[in-house]
Structures are given as structure tokens and as C-alpha cells.
Design a binder for this molecule. Sequence first.
Ligand code: UT7
Length: 329
Amino acid sequence: MKAAITATAKYLPPDILSNHDLELMLETNDEWIRSRTGISERRILKDPSKATSFMCGEVARQLLEKRGIGADEIELIIIATMTPDMLFPSTGCLVQSIIGATNAWAFDLNAACSGFLYALNTASRFIESGAHKKIMVIGADKMSSIIDYTDRSTAILFGDGAGGVILEPASSNGCGVLDTRLYSDGATGKHHLLMTGGGSLNPATHETIDKGMHYIYQDGRQVFKSAVTSMADVADEIMRRNNLTADNIDFLVPHQANQRIITATAERMGLDDAKVVSNVARYGNTTAGTIPICLAELDEQQKLHAGSNLVLVSFGAGYTWGGIYLKWQ
Ligand code: UT7
């Protein structure tokens, strides 16, 4: 039995932070940001009383409505995030309470930008084993909560957003999540993309706040090099393992960190631009949100048909990376 996506949804907060807004805050400019990253604007969840669970709740409500089922039918909720509302309880439990999914169990999964692929793979196993029939998988991050808006090397990259899917046993043969390759390399990754404050190693103190340890730190050049190679390698591996070619792939759905990384991956796969999903210009990098937001947009635009071949690839903190081949139902 394979696991198929039966509904998609996304939530982007309405407030826009444009490159021109950033020019007023930092020593940067629209031309530099667009040419180095492809980003023009990102969305910010401004209301301080709202956080990741709010965006997930908005996605979850739409998913139930689109699928035409009640919250009581959901058996498991997995939230991929690295910006949970609180360290505990999990954002999954908060989302369960927002929608009233009283028959579900829920947990969070943290694999940073690869969180959605890790969660989709985990949920697929629960379907394939027959343990569950309806699972909600949401990727969401309120990146504005951990960004230092005086640091031009990170402030320009990230935005807030959420996307998600409902996963069920595939009803047509040969459809669903067909292959997965997931990787991590903590030995290298732990030095280049991290947030040192707020965990059990450096709980919040005046000193950690003064040192800016509750903000994201990234060595952009190092991460860029690894991201370009790893995303292209895993895409190539997924293609070879599944006899996929540039002709029979319908869409590459890549993590949205930088248009240059997306383009390099697509070139390695031999794909035309029309087959490469990109919205990094509008939303920036929403971390665990990027891939499900892309899926929801493809679905809204009615570009997905029974039998469409999709390759999903990601790279992020950890390092974590991976690829999933799925055939749309
Ligand atoms: O999703 C998680 C994974 N994350 C990623 O995949 C991100 C990977 N990294 C990147 O996307 C790119 O490395 C960045 C977009 C972060 C940076 O682009 P880059 O082409 O690697 O630039 P750089 O860091 O090598 O900096 C080039 C120059 C530097 O000046 P000098 O030393 O050449 O004088 C920077 O100080 O650009 C300068 N710079 C800026 N200038 C204007 C850095 N940030 C900015 C800025 N505006 N915002």
C-alpha cells in the first residue's frame, strides 16, 4: 500500500516585507538581493500574539474543508518546524486543539528546511504499514521570530509561512509516495547553520540575549556550496533509481532558499524552467513551509493531474537533505 496526497493547503501572512523595506533598515539593496537570491519580498506574521501554530491551524482548517472531512477523522498530526510556539507542548498538540482533532495523536519533527520531506516520509510509513488512514502533515516556520533584522546576511533570506497535506492510502495503483532518499551530516552541518541560544545548552539569560544567541547564524557561502551539490546529487539519485528522465518528470518541487540553488538543481536534471516550481521571489525561504506551499500552489493552479510525476528535493540545517518521488493521484 502506498500513501497519496488527497488535499493541499497553504497560509501566508498578509504583511509584506519587500527588498525596498529592507533597504531602509540595512545596508543592502534590491539589486544585490535579487541577483544573489532571486528574492523580491517575503511575508511576515506581524501580530505578536500569533505564532507557528496559528499558521498551521489556518492550513489545517482548509485541508479539512477541501477534503470534506471532520477533524475527528484525523488520526495523526505531524508538524515539521524549527520555530515551535514553545519548546513544549508541541505545536502538533496546539494544532490538534485549534481544530479539535480529538482522536489524533500529534508530534513535532525538526529537520529544519528538510522538515517537510522528513515528515512526509514518516507519515507515509504509518500509511504503508496500515497503522493509520488519515494523517495531516504540515510544514511551517515563523522565521521572523529568530531573525536579527540588523544582520543583512540572514534578514534578507527568510519569511514566514505554512503549507500542508492530508495523506491517505492511495486508491489508484502505482500512485503516491514511491521513493524516498533522506540524509543528514551533523559533523559538517552543525558548524554552519545554527541557533545556539534557547536550548538546554544555552538557556535564555541576559548574557545569551546580549550576545544575540537567539538568532539564526549562517555561514552562507559554506551552506550554499553544500546545498548546490547535495540537492543536485539527491535529485539525480532519485531520477536514476526510478528511471525518471527530463521528459517524464512533470515538476521539480525544490526547497526555496535561493533561486541560484534551484536553477543549478534543475540544470543538473536537464529540466526546462516550465517544470521547475519557484516562488522564492514572493515568499523567500519559509524553511519547512517551502515545499508544501509550492505543492498547494501547483494544486490551486490545477497543474497536477492523475499520474503527474513530481520530484521533491530539499537541503537545510543539520545538515539535512533528501528527495522524494511521488506520482500524483
Ligand atoms: O535553507 C537553508 C539553506 N540555506 C541556504 O541554502 C542559503 C545558502 N546561501 C546563500 O544563498 C548565499 O550564500 C547567500 C545569499 C546567503 C549569500 O550570497 P553569496 O553570493 O554567497 O554572497 P557572500 O556571502 O559571498 O557575500 C558577497 C558580498 C560580501 O561582501 P565582500 O566581502 O565581497 O565585500 C558580503 O559582505 O556581499 C556582501 N553582502 C551583502 N551585500 C548587500 C552580504 N549580504 C549582503 C546584503 N546586501 N544583504
